[in-house]
Design a protein around this ligand. Structure first.
Ligand SMILES: Cc1cc2nc3c(=O)[nH]c(=O)nc-3n(C[C@H](O)[C@H](O)[C@H](O)COP(=O)(O)OP(=O)(O)OC[C@H]3O[C@@H](n4cnc5c(N)ncnc54)[C@H](O)[C@@H]3O)c2cc1C
Length: 381
């Protein structure tokens, strides 16, 4: 069992604080964020005050210096907020757009961009996917050309979470088209830079955070905004994807467990043919099957976290977990929407929301096929 790593008194105390925040401050605003189509920036500020936005980061930049288990506890609780879009937007800030900066950025960059993100004063986005290249990351075309001490950036990114709310982007751009995998760099782009604009996109789910297309027309940023070494952007982004995928596993599996619990309550109250739905054996079998899958998904991401904490390369296990957790969440949402019947098809029903929200997990942050493609190569096929 995972208790040794995840259930110390410190974890329990932290979980209580996170749960209280979700119950009292986040869930009551979940529908407000849906209506806005984005997370209100005050939420980041509040989470920064509570120390939630830099759990693994160095105290020099305002972080808490904790290990991945605390990140998991936070997102197990955030995953229960009934708004997957909000959880995703927050995870972009904590685990998708900032890990590279923390790991490879200069002190000056970390002071200027990481510290305010940890305080919740600035919102971040990760800009990798383009209209012509998603799974094939090396196929991106957004170009940063050096002009003296500046990069001049031209191109476009698509499906970018926090597009409208971000104060800065962690951008992956081509800096040397002749250098193959050594020709990409990660560059911080402030969204108030002249030549930058965005357009919002209309999604079928994840309504609580914004997603957009970004345009760069002769956007100038200092070369000093490069995260880490020029030319190492592809490799750094591949490393950053591991945090992104692991956090997706945690929050989506937590969301599935929450949905399972809510659906069980529903099935215990909903009476048909003279007895509660939950008393029908076929229903009980469904619940048991779902919980078995959810438990397996959770054990899989626990195993990933153990490897990460041990300093081992967890890429293979994280890829398997991303594949399995995504599929589990889709399966659970599908069974739950069925158990709710007509109400499940209503937008306000937790199962209806989960049905569209969970579909993203097998697409975003590396699709199921991307995970399988990588694993097949690793296994020598
Ligand atoms: C709501 C939302 C939020 C997002 N947020 C962000 C964000 O913040 N930042 C960001 O950079 N991106 C973001 N994305 C983009 C997401 O990561 C990409 O959509 C994803 O990587 C897939 O890329 P693609 O859409 O270009 O599809 P494609 O790469 O064109 O894939 C098309 C199909 O081919 C499949 N495929 C892939 N590889 C193989 C293979 N080897 N063999 C056979 N089939 C294969 C894919 O799985 C898919 O089914 C977001 C997407 C969505 C929908």
């Amino acid at each position: 069992m995972a208790n040794d790593l995840f259930a110390t008194p410190e974890h329990e105390s932290f979980r209580r604080t996170a749960r209280q925040f979700v119950e009292q401050e986040l869930r009551p605003r979940a529908r407000e964020f849906d209506a806005m189509g984005r997370i209100d920036k005050s939420l980041y500020k509040r989470m920064g005050e509570l120390g939630f936005l830099g759990l693994r980061y160095d105290s020099r930049w305002g972080g808490s210096g904790l290990d991945w288990t605390f990140t998991a506890v936070l997102f197990e609780e955030l995953g229960r907020c009934d708004n997957a879009g909000v959880t995703m937007g927050i995870s972009v800030q904590t685990d998708m757009a900032t890990p590279s900066l923390h790991r490879f950025g200069s002190d000056a960059l970390r002071e200027q961009y990481l510290a305010p993100a940890i305080r919740g004063e600035q919102v971040t986005a990760i800009a990798v996917t383009e209209p012509g290249a998603g799974s094939d990351v090396a196929g991106i075309k957004t170009r940063a050309v050096r002009d003296g001490d500046d990069w001049v950036i031209n191109g476009s990114k698509i499906y970018i979470t926090n597009a409208a709310t971000a104060d800065w982007l962690c951008l992956l751009a081509v800096t040397d088209p002749s250098a193959g995998y050594g020709g990409f760099s990660q560059i911080i782009v402030p969204t108030d830079a002249p030549g930058f604009r965005y357009e919002l996109l209309d999604k079928i789910g994840n309504w609580g955070s914004d997603t957009g297309q970004l345009y760069f027309e002769d956007v100038r940023v200092p070369v000093a905004n490069t995260i880490g070494e020029i030319g190492r952007g592809f490799q750094q982004q591949m490393a950053q994807f591991q945090d992104e995928r692991l956090i997706a596993c945690v929050s989506t599996t937590a969301g599935s467990l929450h949905l399972w619990e809510e659906t069980r309550k529903w099935a215990e109250q909903r009476v048909l043919f003279g007895k509660p739905l939950a008393k029908m054996q076929v229903t009980q079998f469904k619940f048991v099957e779902m919980l078995t899958q959810i438990t397996a998904a959770r054990e899989l991401y626990y195993a990933c976290i153990r490897q990460v904490i041990a300093g081992e390369d967890a890429t293979q296990l994280i890829s398997m977990a991303k594949l399995f957790c995504g599929r589990t969440s889709r399966m659970v949402a599908d069974h739950c929407i069925q158990l709710y019947g007509g109400y499940g098809y209503m937008k306000e029903s937790p199962a209806g929301r989960a049905f569209v929200d969970s579909r993203l997990v097998s697409i975003g942050g590396g699709s199921d096929e991307t995970m399988i493609h990588y694993l097949a190569k690793q296994l020598g096929f």
